[in-house]
Write a protein of this length. Structure first.
Length: 176
């Protein structure tokens, strides 16, 4: 009688055969599958506090390379986060948390977000945010002006350096 291997029966030649290798590796039958109504545990933590710890139907993470949609039974992953709105909800109802950089780990039906900073809608002072935007735009405009002036200055000295080198080459050529 041929020996059994966990992936399926082993033939006389020793090769592993199975009709559905994926099913053998990840056995799931219809009764053990979870409902789409299952929930995810979403936890958002910053160095200062736990911002959120809830059950939700889905999560959209603001990944550093784009958005990542997470549903129950998502494959495990670790992702870096950018600055954006982490959305979550059930059905068509959507809520969000502003997340500013960090990491997210998806494991089983759990999403853990470790963020440098996170703010709920209740945490946001809109007038203060608008004022911060105006200040940041002003500083950015100033920095760009300084950068352009510095680039012009660099081009000026690069030109002087080139002329000096050409003059030296000419002087060496005349001496030969």
């Amino acid at each position: 009688m041929p020996a059994r291997h966990e992936l399926g029966p082993v033939s006389d030649r020793g090769a592993t055969r199975t009709r559905h290798p994926t099913r053998a590796l990840f056995p799931q039958n219809r009764t053990s599958r979870r409902n789409m109504a299952d929930q995810l545990r979403l936890q958002i933590i910053t160095p200062q506090r736990e911002v959120l710890n809830i059950e939700t139907g889905w999560v959209v993470l603001p990944g550093s390379e784009g958005e990542l949609g997470i549903l129950p039974q998502h494959i495990g992953l670790v992702a870096t986060l950018g600055s954006g709105i982490l959305k979550y909800g059930a059905g068509t109802r959507t809520s969000g948390v502003a997340v500013h950089y960090g990491y997210a780990q998806v494991h089983g039906d759990e999403v853990i977000v470790l963020a440098e900073m996170a703010e709920t809608a209740e945490d946001v002072d809109l007038a203060r945010a608008l004022n911060a935007e105006q200040r940041a735009r002003g500083e950015l405009t100033k920095a760009l002006s300084l950068q352009m002036a510095e680039e012009n200055r660099m081009r000026k000295y690069e030109g002087k350096l080139r002329r000096s080198l050409v003059r030296q080459q000419l002087a060496n050529l005349s001496e030969s």
